[in-house]
Design a protein around this ligand. Structure first.
Ligand code: GDP
Ligand code: MN
Length: 396
C-alpha cells in the first residue's frame, strides 16, 4: 500500500524529521489560499502514487498566489504515468543548496533491511543507481538491534556527507529507519533530502510503501488506503477469494493451484511470450469462480489471448467448462481462448466445450505455444514500469 507524499510527510514529522510546512488541497482556489497562508514562494505538488512527478511536470514553483492558482489548475487532471492527478500538496519552498538521497528498504539477498544514502540525490537517482552504484553508500542494520548511532555516522562518512551535516543526517537516517520498522514499510524514502542554504536539513519529498500483509496492525495508516485504477482487478479478485497478480505481458493466465500457475508462466516464457497475470482459482473452483476469474483476466486491456490450464484434482473439468461457457454465453470474448484440461472430469469438460469458440490442446506446452502465437507471437521484453525509486534497481 502506498501513501501520498503529504501523508508520508506527516508520519515523518511525527517521528521528528523536519518537513516543510504544507497543506493538502484539491482546487486552484484552495491552492492560492494555502500559498498566501504558508508564505511565498511555495511549490505546488501533484499527489499521485508514482515517482517521477517532477520530470512529468507535476511539481511547480510559485512566487505569487496567482501563480500557485495557475499551477494548480495546470496540474489537476494531469496524467502522470497513467494516473490522474486529483489531489495537490502546497508547501513552503525550500532554499536548496544540495539534494541528498536517503532510503530504507529490504535487501532480499542479505535478508536484512538496507539503509541507502547518497549525496547525488534528486531526480536522477535511478540513473545513478544503474551507472554509478558506488555513489550510493549502504548500511545493513540488524533488525533486532535497529539502526545504531555508529552505523548511521559511518554511513554518512561513506557517503561523503559534508561534515557540518553529518550528525543531522545520521539522526534523520535513524529516525527514518524507525519509521520503516514501526510502520511495517517495504520502502521509506526521502528523495531529495535538502541541505538548505543556511545548512539546515529538510525532507523535500517522502515515499512510504507499507506491506499489505501487515496492515492489520497498522489500523491508522490502513485507513488511508486508496484502490488505484490499476489495482481494482486485484482487489476484486481478493474479495472473491482467489489470488490475482497483474504482470506486464499480454497472455492472460488462469490455472488451478499456485504451483501449476507458476509452471504455466514458465511455459509461456519458454514459448517466447509474456504472461499478463498470475491467477490461481484454487482447488475445487466451481462454475461461478471460473466465470469471475475469466472476466477479471479479460478486463485487462493488454491481454491478447487467454491460456486456461487446469489439472483436475478436486477441481472438476466439467465445472471449469461450465464457467467458461457461462462467459461465452454472455458475450463473445474479444480475444482467443486456449485451454488445456486434464484430470478429474476432463473428458466431460471437453465434451461440454465442443463447438465452443476456443482452442483445446492436450499438453501445457502445446497450449502455451498456441496462446503465445495467438497473442501475436514471441515478443520483446515488455517495458518495466520505471521511475519508482530505487526499489526496482539492483541493490548491489
Ligand atoms: P518526484 O519527482 O516525484 O520525486 O518529486 P519531488 O518531490 O522529489 O520533487 C522533484 C524535484 O522538484 C526535486 O528534486 C527538487 O529539485 C524540486 N523541488 C521539490 N521541492 C522543491 C522546493 O521546495 N523548492 C525548489 N526550488 N525545488 C523543489
Ligand atoms: Mn522525489
Amino acid at each position: 500500500m502506498k501513501l501520498h507524499e503529504f501523508q508520508a510527510k506527516a508520519v515523518l514529522a511525527s517521528a521528528g524529521i523536519p518537513i516543510p510546512e504544507g497543506r493538502p488541497t484539491a482546487t486552484p482556489e484552495d491552492a492560492a489560499a494555502a500559498a498566501s497562508k504558508l508564505g511565498l514562494p511555495v511549490v505546488v505538488k501533484a499527489q499521485v502514487h508514482v515517482g517521477g512527478r517532477g520530470k512529468a511536470g507535476g511539481i511547480k514553483l510559485a512566487k505569487t498566489a496567482d501563480e500557485a492558482r495557475a499551477h494548480a489548475k495546470a496540474i489537476l487532471g494531469m496524467d502522470i504515468k497513467g494516473l490522474r492527478v486529483e489531489k495537490l500538496y502546497v508547501e513552503r519552498a525550500a532554499r536548496i543548496a544540495k539534494e541528498l538521497y536517503l532510503g530504507v528498504t529490504l535487501d532480499r539477498d542479505r535478508r536484512r533491511p538496507v539503509v541507502m544514502l547518497s549525496t547525488v540525490g534528486g531526480m536522477e537517482i535511478e540513473e545513478v543507481a544503474a551507472s554509478d552504484p558506488e555513489k550510493i553508500a549502504r548500511g545493513w542494520p540488524n533488525p533486532l538491534l535497529g539502526f545504531l548511532p555508529f552505523e548511521a555516522r559511518a554511513l554518512c562518512v561513506d557517503a561523503d556527507v559534508p561534515a557540518a551535516q553529518r550528525a543531522g543526517v545520521a539522526e534523520i537516517a535513524m529516525k527514518l529507519y524507525r519509521v520503516y520498522a514501526g510502520t511495517d514499510a517495504m520502502l521509506a524514502e526521502i528523495n531529495p533530502l535538502f541541505i538548505q542554504e543556511d545548512g539546515s536539513l529538510l525532507a523535500g519529498d517522502a515515499k512510504l510503501e507499507l506491506d499489505d500483509n501487515a496492515l492489520y496492525r497498522q489500523a491508522d495508516l490502513a485507513k488511508l488506503k486508496e484502490v488505484g485504477k490499476d489495482e481494482e482487478a486485484e482487489e476484486r479478485a481478493r474479495a472473491l477469494g482467489f489470488s490475482y497478480v497483474q504482470l506486464d505481458g499480454d497472455v492472460g493466465i488462469i490455472g488451478n493451484g499456485a504451483g501449476l500457475v507458476m509452471g504455466t508462466l514458465d511455459a509461456v516464457r519458454n514459448a517466447g511470450g509474456h504472461a499478463a497475470n498470475f491467477l490461481d482459482v484454487g482447488g475445487g473452483a466451481r462454475e461461478s469462480v471460473v466465470k469471475a476469474a475469466l472476466e477479471i483476466v479479460l478486463s485487462n486491456p493488454r491481454v491478447k489471448s487467454v491460456l486456461i490450464n487446469i489439472f483436475g484434482g478436486i477441481t472438476r473439468g466439467d465445472e471449469v467448462a461450465k464457467g467458461i461457457l457461462a462467459v461465452l454465453r454472455d458475450s463473445k470474448p474479444r480475444v482467443p481462448l486456449v485451454i488445456r484440461l486434464s484430470g478429474t472430469e476432463a473428458e466431460a469438460g471437453r465434451k461440454l466445450l465442443e463447438g465452443a469458440p476456443l482452442v483445446s490442446r492436450a499438453t501445457m506446452d502445446e497450449a502455451a505455444e498456441e496462446a503465445v502465437r495467438l497473442a501475436g507471437g514471441a515478443g520483446a521484453e515488455p517495458p518495466r514500469r520505471a521511475g519508482d525509486g530505487l526499489t526496482g534497481a539492483k541493490l548491489q
